[in-house]
Design a protein around this ligand. Structure first.
Ligand SMILES: Cc1ncc(COP(=O)(O)O)c(C=O)c1O
Length: 371
């Protein structure tokens, strides 16, 4: 079994080229060397709260029934996921994490003539699938200060190519910034023919600004828009692998053939239990995250350290020198932080963990910062 720690021991550079893109960037995020037992993991934007108790109980209950496919339950499952966002079952596609839906969107909406267009730096999953997996052209448009996408240029690139797939991560990973809602509205209103906009809303629940708006309303209006959502982040189920895409039925129908399979019944039951309590679970988790994030930001301000105002469950800190020093020095001291995100070489990406984890982060970060 290839565990997170096990990654460190295998000759991975050689292996990465033969692995799926997902595996390859998991490897890039991997931390090397002998690590303390009580390691604090702030490197992959996971949720330290994990699945809610009701999900854990539902999973434990279904384990003895794991010998069956349970196909008959999937119709009701898709309906429950769709209902959670006020959509019809034909407007959603469930996948093994939102990664699978992003992958399906790249398969369905790019071609040798139609590129993937993205504001960078951003989440690399779809870009890797397009370029390394399918050999598609990827047009990278640099984020504009203060780290927002240049929507006019994204649209102009699609126009120039005669269509394509525009990938927009909102809030964006790794910058934790949002696309202002009027820019999103402009982009949807000005999509050229043969163009699909995929908005990755993996972190949308953590936003705390009126500028952040979900693109789901455009899906409901039947625009050429796909929204991806995941159970990996606010729901705390990254290891269970569930996410979904939302789109007008004709776009769902074009992506569906590229899905691999149904997800595990264990995951299905976990998601169903969490959805039952979503109305209280999500606001509670969001409020806790925002409080911890504010405290972390205040600590940085008190020390005169710059950071990008965060809108997701991670934070980009400008360490004033190459962040690699921190990325390498912190894990042996018990705290794993995000990998480098060139060209933002002086920025350190840190996931917001529990209060205790952030206290440990501050201690270790400060010791490295002070040298
Ligand atoms: C922006 C973004 N989208 C999608 C994903 C993939 O998440 P998952 O496949 O677990 O839903 C990630 C993972 O960190 C991410 O950061």
């Amino acid at each position: 079994m290839l565990t997170r720690r096990g990654f460190a021991r295998v000759g991975l550079t050689a292996l990465a080229g033969r692995m799926l893109p997902e595996m390859a960037y998991a490897q890039r995020a991997a931390v090397h060397g002998t690590l303390p037992k009580d390691m604090v993991w702030l490197n992959a934007n996971e949720n330290p709260d994990g699945p809610p108790r009701s999900s854990i109980e539902a999973m434990a209950k279904v384990l003895p029934e794991g010998g069956r496919y349970h196909y008959q339950e999937f119709g009701a499952f898709y309906a429950a996921v769709a209902r959670s966002e006020d959509l019809a079952p034909e407007q959603i596609l469930v996948g093994s994490g939102s990664s699978e839906i992003l992958h399906a969107a790249v398969d369905a909406f790019t071609s040798p003539a139609r590129p993937l267009i993205a504001a960078v730096p951003t989440y690399e999953g779809p870009l890797d699938v397009a370029s390394r997996g399918l050999g598609r052209t990827v047009v990278r448009v640099p984020l504009e200060p203060p780290y927002v996408p240049d929507v006019k240029r994204l649209v102009a690139e699609a126009e120039k190519a005669g269509g394509g797939l525009i990938y927009l991560c909102n809030p964006n990973n790794p910058t934790s910034t949002v696309t202002p809602k009027k820019d999103l509205a402009w982009m949807v209103a000005n999509l050229p023919p043969n163009t699909v906009l995929v908005v990755d809303e993996a972190y949308i629940h953590f936003g705390d600004t009126p500028e952040l708006e979900s693109a789901l309303s455009y899906v409901r209006e039947g625009k050429s828009v796909v929204v991806t959502r995941t159970f990996s982040k606010i729901y705390g189920m990254a290891g269970l692998r569930a996410g979904f895409g939302c789109a007008p039925p004709e776009l769902i129908a074009r992506m569906a053939p590229f899905r691999n399979n149904v997800i595990s019944i264990v995951t299905v039951r976990s998601v169903l239990a969490a959805l039952e309590e979503a109305r209280t679970l999500l606001p509670d988790r969001r409020a806790r995250l925002i409080r911890t994030r504010r405290e972390q930001c205040a600590w940085l301000r008190d020390r005169g350290l710059a950071y990008i105002e965060p809108q997701a469950n991670f934070l980009m800190i400008d360490v004033g020198r190459n962040a690699r020093e921190f990325i390498e020095a912190m894990p042996p001291k018990g705290v794993a932080v995000g990998r480098p995100f060139p060209p933002m070489n002086n920025f350190l990406r840190v996931t917001i963990g529990t209060d205790a984890e952030m206290a440990r982060f501050r201690e270790v970060f400060w010791s490295v910062y002070k040298g």
